[in-house]
Design a protein. Structure first.
Length: 142
């Protein structure tokens, strides 16, 4: 790549995930949760400067009808040099390649308002639907 960064598929670890998360947000999830989530993600991609991970994204999905894009993060000191575009290009290529030829597949995500223009560059658009969410505590009876 012209920015000197390289891409690796399905390799980044829970420790790398947490380090990247902590470079931009507080309150990272627990190591065991991340390990389980990565093992059950359909695809994940990391951006590397040499051996150092500087960006990541992952997707959950069914390959046929829909995907949900999660945890798109580029380390602050690497933002603005094309790493985010590398991540999104790779995710969208995976979706096109693995679908049923000739059919439409939905790629969805949740974005803060200041990140919506970034996703709009790849064709994402908001509609009238609102995200609804319920947080549950694992291991507790209903
Ligand atoms: C959002 C994020 C992934 C973008 O990564 P990045 O490496 O800075 O993006 P790129 O340099 O590849 O930019 C790609 C294009 O998007 C544009 N862009 C990037 N962030 C933007 C923003 N917040 N608003 C508008 N445009 C943006 C760039 O100008 C560039 O445009 P161009 O190709 O026309 O020149 C990065 O800012 C980030 O990790 N932020 C913190 C974590 C976060 O909020 N993630 C998103 C969760 S919803």
């Amino acid at each position: 790549m012209t920015n000197g960064l390289t891409i690796r598929e399905n390799t980044f670890t829970a420790a790398e995930f947490i380090a990247l998360w902590e470079s931009v947000w507080s309150g990272a999830p627990a190591f065991e949760q991340v390990e389980k989530a990565l093992a059950n993600s359909v695809y994940r991609v990391g951006i590397y400067d040499g051996e150092k991970i500087v960006g990541m994204a992952r997707m959950i999905g069914d390959l046929g009808l829909c995907y949900y894009i999660k945890d798109v993060i580029v380390r602050p000191e690497y933002q603005g040099c094309g790493a985010g575009r590398m991540l999104l290009d790779r995710l969208l290529t995976f979706i096109r390649k693995n679908g049923v030829p000739g059919t439409d597949i939905a790629a969805e995500l949740c974005a803060m308002p200041d990140k919506m223009p970034f996703y709009a560059k790849f064709g994402f658009a908001a509609n009238e639907a609102q995200r609804m969410r319920l947080m549950l505590r694992a291991g507790e009876e209903a």
